[in-house]
Design a binder for this molecule. Structure first.
Ligand code: 3HC
Length: 692
């Protein structure tokens, strides 16, 4: 099937792009587009051209899957520059997302008309790139260097209304987009003047070069690990100093360099891994999810309230259920406060606040779950309590309703066994704060029905989450791997590292926060209670808790938090405590280099990831990476732990793990069988994914 159709209507050629699913500009589409525009340009019966598209997007950009492969002509810059040579007006009719190369195509037109659902953006930075088909040169000339830079540096698309305000589009029409574009094309043809974006000079709009330089300096400070922001600033700066052609040559050279950079490869890998994770074995693509029109959340603590906010944000009415009127009132207050502070910050309108609050209601007692299509239990982490709740829910909830647990550690199958409908039971593991964090682990029980899993995934998307299906085990994927890191972090302190050294090693690796700063923020007491319940010991963490150092809320934990301070400072008392613990355990403290700290923290996690894969708890290495990227702050440009392991080489990872296991006399640190097998075969986790 042709990816581009051309029809004519009263002297206007309508070039329609139809390349499902998202009209990505692969080689065939680029050739088809160039050919269609060329044909219309040469046709004496044609006065003007409209470029429109079919399907769920206008054009989603360059075909990301083609990057890194040998280039196939025509290149996108050549196609778009070809528009510049056309002497008839070209108008873009943008009904949906025009992203990256898609917006660059539209910028190569002489006018742009958008529908209300259009989204316009240059999100290349999110892939570690910069626009590579004239975007850095045309957008500043159209709307001003400073706003253009901001749009490209943030990578977040503008809505149709915002794009109109910025001057990216000429008009937004509520209905009959194609007709509006044809009218515009006719008007431009009648006027006889061609307004090429490359010839415009609005570079200095909105604050001039000074405002652009300020925006560039601020962006460079935010993410110094990524080379593309500097490249973007150079390209936009060139609009002030270079001719269009030279600016475009600079843009292209930088783009090509960045495509080859491993950081961009990792980000592109993550893009596809996230989409791949939606494909779940045993759940055919056409499995219809159960309709979810009404939700209930059990427990109105921080987690329950956050989950209720997720439902209300997605426009789904939600009943919050508590055991007493007092707890309920406190929970509902949490929810209204969340919205009130969003309004105060300016991220939510008062109207929207009222609409969302109206979707939330509260009741005491589980009977209130009777009308819900899905019930999410977010009560205490206690198996007896959960089985009791699920037993009652089974009697109360309507037939077909899905019963979900937000447990972070407990056995979903045991919870499901408390009901007569284990096929309708699922785990939905939200991450705190639930209304902010993107990850959702969708836990598949032994008896969970395929359509219930499909509903979990679909619902996750509706709530704006990245859902990843995992199997039942203690801690599922994310927390099970995190437990390995926590254990090693404690060991490092005993051997001689100091909390700030461990944290600095991990922030140096790219995490926003180190493990001890995170512990202090979260509070040390919950983990302490869990250890006691399980009969586990962590000499340093236990000693801190016993000394009342429960973290930031106590003013002291691994660090000291002087009155009013937001981040902790080194505390000699903690260092003395560490010396005492090491001495008591007969350990001679030593200085541990940052590189070793990173290996000690990260390799055991990778090892656990290998066990998780072997057990089938995660379906593919990419799923584990998606979990760590979206739920645990793994630096995006390192692509997740499993891809990182591949980049190091599994032989090296296995050798280091062997050395750690021998040094510590700790067999659980030795390479897991799967890691061993892959390393011996000279393979990586990626080979495993390809083979499945
Ligand atoms: N290239 C290749 N494949 C793409 C793609 C792209 N640009 N955009 C989406 N796809 C694929 C996805 O992998 C997915 O494939 P699958 O069904 O086999 O898993 C399918 O299209 C549908 O994608 P989504 O599941 O993401 O669909 P949504 O409807 O949820 O979202 C979207 C649509 C908002 C367009 C989203 O896909 C998206 O953000 N795409 C990427 C946009 C982007 O980054 N564009 C810039 C590319 S770089 C560029 O243009 C360089 C240029 O300057 C030269």
């Amino acid at each position: 099937m042709d990816k581009v159709r051309i029809t004519a209507q009263d002297g206007i050629a309508i070039v329609t792009i139809a390349s499902p699913p998202v009209n990505a500009l692969d080689a065939a589409l680029r050739a088809g587009l160039a050919e269609a525009v060329g044909r219309a340009a040469a046709d004496p019966d044609i006065r003007a051209i409209v470029i429109a598209a079919e399907g769920r997007t206008f054009i989603a950009g360059a075909d990301i899957g083609e990057f890194g492969k040998p280039p196939a002509p025509p290149s996108l810059p050549d196609v778009i520059n070809g528009f510049d040579a056309v002497t008839k007006p070209i108008v873009a009719a943008i009904h949906g997302a025009a992203l990256g190369g898609g917006l660059e195509v539209a910028l190569g037109c002489h006018a742009r008309i958008a529908g209300p659902a259009a989204k316009l953006g240059l999100p290349e930075v999110k892939l570690g790139l910069i626009p590579g088909a004239g975007g850095t040169q045309r957008l500043p000339r159209l709307i001003g260097a400073a706003p253009a830079f901001k749009l490209m540096a943030e990578g977040t698309p503008a809505s149709a209304a915002e794009a109109l305000k910025l001057g990216i589009v000429d008009a937004v029409v509520e209905t009959d987009l194609l007709q509006a574009a044809i009218t515009k094309a006719n008007d431009l043809a009648a006027a006889g003047t061609l307004r090429r974006t490359r010839d415009l000079d609005r570079r200095s709009a909105a604050g001039g070069q000074e405002a652009f330089e300020q925006a560039a300096a601020a962006a460079l400070k935010r993410d110094p690990a990524l080379p593309n922001i500097a490249a973007l600033a150079d390209a936009v700066r060139a609009t002030f100093t270079e001719r269009f052609e030279d600016g475009q040559a600079l843009e292209r050279a930088r783009f090509v360099e960045l495509v080859a950079d491993d950081r961009s490869k990792a980000l592109r890998y993550a893009f596809f891994a996230e989409r791949e994770s939606a494909r779940v074995a045993g759940v055919p693509k056409d499995t219809a999810p159960r309709p979810i029109g009404q939700a209930a959340v059990i427990g109105a603590g921080t987690m329950g309230a956050g989950i209720a906010v997720c439902f209300a944000n997605a426009g789904i009415p939600v009943t919050v259920i508590e055991t007493t009127a007092e707890l309920l009132a406190r929970g509902l207050d949490r929810i209204t406060q969340t919205y009130a502070s969003a309004v105060k910050r300016g991220s939510l309108s008062a109207e929207e606040e009222a609409r969302r609050n109206a979707l939330v209601s509260g009741k005491v007692g589980l009977d209130a779950a009777a009308e819900a299509d899905i019930v999410v239990e977010a009560a205490f982490e206690d198996m007896d309590l959960k089985t009791e709740i699920f037993g009652t829910l089974d009697r109360v909830a309507k037939p077909g309703a899905i019963l979900a647990t937000n447990t972070s550690y407990l056995d979903v199958d045991r919870i499901a066994a408390a009901t007569t409908r284990p096929d309708s039971v699922i785990g939905l593991h939200f991450f705190s704060p639930a209304n902010i964090m993107r990850l959702l682990e969708v836990v598949r029980g032994a008896k969970t029905a395929p359509d219930v899993l499909a509903t979990g995934i679909d619902l996750g998307r509706r709530l704006g989450k990245v859902p990843v299906v995992v199997g039942v085990c203690r801690g599922f994927v994310g927390n099970r791997m995190l437990a390995r890191r926590t254990q090693e972090a404690e060991r490092l302190l005993i051997e001689g590292a100091l909390p700030h050294e461990v944290d600095a090693a991990l922030t140096g690796f790219g995490f926003r926060m180190g493990p001890f700063a995170v512990s202090d923020l979260a509070g040390l007491d919950i983990a302490w209670r869990n250890r006691k319940a399980l009969g586990q010991v962590a000499p340093v963490a236990d000693a801190l808790c016993e000394a009342g150092r429960l973290g930031q809320k106590a003013g002291r934990g691994y660090y000291l938090y002087p009155e009013g301070a937001r981040s902790g400072v080194r505390d000699p008392e903690v260092e003395a405590l560490l010396a005492r613990v090491s001495a008591r355990l007969g350990v001679t403290r030593r200085t541990i280099p940052a590189e070793e700290i990173v290996e000690r923290l990260v390799y055991p996690m990778i090892n656990e990831g290998a066990r998780i894969l072997d057990e089938g708890i995660a379906q593919r290495p990419g799923d584990i990476d998606v979990i760590w990227l979206n739920g645990y702050g793994w630096p995006a440009w390192r692509g997740g732990p499993m891809r990182y392991a591949d980049s190091i080489g599994l032989t090296t990872v296995a050798e280091r793990l062997e050395a750690f296991a021998a040094a510590r006399g700790e067999p659980s640190l030795a390479p897991a069988p799967l890691l061993r097998r892959l390393a011996d075969a000279g393979q990586g986790f990626a080979d495993l994914a390809a083979a499945r």
